[in-house]
Design a protein around this ligand. Structure first.
Ligand SMILES: [Zn+2]
Length: 503
């Protein structure tokens, strides 16, 4: 399997596409300038210790001095707390030691930014350092291996804990096993530990050799995270359409993911600057694929199609057969369509990044062996997915239930919003329904308010319908109410919108 990664950089948006055998499989998007300094490590110098506030001001090279509170100063055996990963923390007695015993003016320390500076407030710092990778968080000052509480299976928790403890053996660092480590093989965790050890070695070197105010570790933006997270050894190529990002990626890969031997130059050699005239996402039709990934219907080669619906509670996938081809029996056509659908569903879940409960309504099959093969195909196709998936057997009604864990919103939620015309319902009231609503509204308005004449403004479709098909009804209404009613079309009005105005 050949895997290629395309990185598209524009001033406000970075997109990373994972293409396997010429087919888009995954898309990652980062927008805006979220990039603050949170997560970065600096070599700082204590400017002033303030015993009254139990805090210190630290110069980290930013415009304003940063703030370090005594509670954020590392003490051996203190409880750790890191990012989104909830840990079962064993209660620790808080050692209250005055800040003057921990820090002194003019001292050089390595600090990590907890909060970006806002307005006149400087950044907030900690000396309890944590460095994330795909599946782990390195806690260089700790010795504990903790597993995210969101991994619920006891056997899996024990496996991960034992694995990470064993793999990290020579070093004395602590690790948090992140939620998405669930189900990952030991090689993946070993790669992460190797990566984090390299990061930490460079941080230590940096803290010795840097000047005060220099950044010794920078939290990764999307292109760098992509290189860190997505690139396994079998990636053939990474193409980047920005020279600046390309250079950053090369440097990063050379530093953190070097080759394992003289001949193996590592990932850096696989990263290329793409300077072609065609937009990079036109390669392999990636841009078109993204547009299609926002559609409900997915055509299948066999002539059938999928209908994918994302609701609040779950995602449903309906498998439909195309026209029956005389060559095969109906049973055979259904089986072939379901097999193709199983592969397509796996790809679409990953591409659209759908999570939570997913219910697949395959076309009815009576042959037990056919059902088994469709289920097997689905499971096999899901192996490449990095998100954890669990597939259950066919339910009595012939549905397949499955779950998929993910950490970011689906592609649709990232790129789309509910349609303003139908408010996301996917349907609008018919012109006929709106017509009768208007008639009721007229009656109500006339009873409530004094008026000689009425003006109704509505969409052209509704007004046309009223004047062409309902003129008799309008005449009757006018006579009944004793008022004249005028209809006016306005193309600013959506089909469901109208106003009844009393003149
Ligand atoms: Zn709509």
């Amino acid at each position: 399997m050949s895997e290629e990664i395309l990185v598209n950089v524009t001033p406000r948006e970075t997109r990373v596409a994972v293409v396997e055998n010429g087919m888009l499989q995954e898309l990652h998007i980062e927008r805006g300038w979220r990039r603050g300094v949170v997560g970065n490590l600096y070599k700082g110098r204590v400017q002033r210790v303030m015993p009254g506030m139990q805090a210190a001001f630290v110069d980290i090279g930013l415009e304003r001095a940063a703030f370090l509170h005594v509670n954020d100063i590392h003490r051996p055996n203190a409880a750790v707390n890191s990012g989104d990963e909830q840990l079962e923390a064993s209660p620790q007695p808080t050692q209250v030691r005055p800040i003057t015993e921990l820090l002194r003016d003019g001292q050089d320390i390595v600090v990590q930014v907890l909060k970006d500076p806002i307005g006149s407030k400087g950044a907030r710092l900690t000396t309890q350092i944590s460095i994330p990778s795909r599946y782990l968080v390195l806690l260089p000052q700790s010795r504990v291996v903790g597993v995210s509480a969101r991994i619920e299976d006891d056997a899996e928790r024990a496996r991960l804990k034992a694995l990470v403890s064993e793999l990290s053996m020579p070093s004395a660092a602590g690790y948090i096993v992140r939620t998405n480590a669930e189900g990952q093989p030991s090689e993946a965790l070993a790669e992460d530990i190797a990566y984090l050890s390299r990061v930490w070695a460079l941080i230590e070197k940096g803290s010795r050799e840097s000047r005060v105010g220099e950044c010794v570790y920078e939290d990764l933006n999307l292109p760098l995270r992509a290189v860190r997270d997505l690139i396994r050894r079998d990636v053939e190529k990474v193409r980047v359409d920005s020279r600046e990002t390309f250079e950053k990626l090369r440097t990063f890969a050379a530093q953190y993911m070097p080759g394992e031997s003289e001949e193996d130059s590592g990932l850096a050699e696989k990263i290329e600057h793409y300077s072609g005239a065609r937009p990079i996402f036109d390669l392999y039709g990636v841009e078109d694929e993204i547009q299609r990934a926002l559609q409900k219907e997915v055509p299948l080669k066999s002539g059938g199609y999928l209908v994918i619906d994302q609701t609040e509670a779950m995602t449903t996938v309906d498998v439909n057969t195309g026209s029956f081809l005389g060559q095969r029996t109906l049973e055979e056509t259904v089986f072939r369509t379901n097999l193709e659908a199983a592969q397509s569903v796996a790809r679409q879940l990953r591409l659209r990044n759908l999570g939570g409960i997913i219910i697949i309504d395959f076309i009815d099959m009576h042959d037990v062996d056919h059902r088994r093969q469709v289920l097997r195909t689905l499971e096999k196709s899901l192996i490449k997915d990095h998100a954890k998936t669990t597939v259950y057997d066919f339910s009595p009604l012939g549905l397949v239930e499955m779950t998929r864990k993910r950490t970011v919103e689906s592609l649709e939620r990232q790129l789309s919003e509910a349609c303003g015309t139908c408010s996301g319902r996917g349907t609008v009231k018919t012109a006929e329904t709106v017509t009768y609503e208007i008639f009721r509204e007229i009656t109500r308005a006339v009873r409530q308010f004094e008026a000689e004449r009425l003006l109704v403004i509505a969409s052209p479709i509704v007004v046309n319908r009223i004047t062409e098909e309902e003129s008799a009804a309008v005449a009757e209404l006018e006579e009944f109410l004793g008022k004249s009613i005028r209809f006016q079309a306005d193309d600013q009005y959506l089909q469901e919108q109208y106003d009844v105005v009393l003149l």
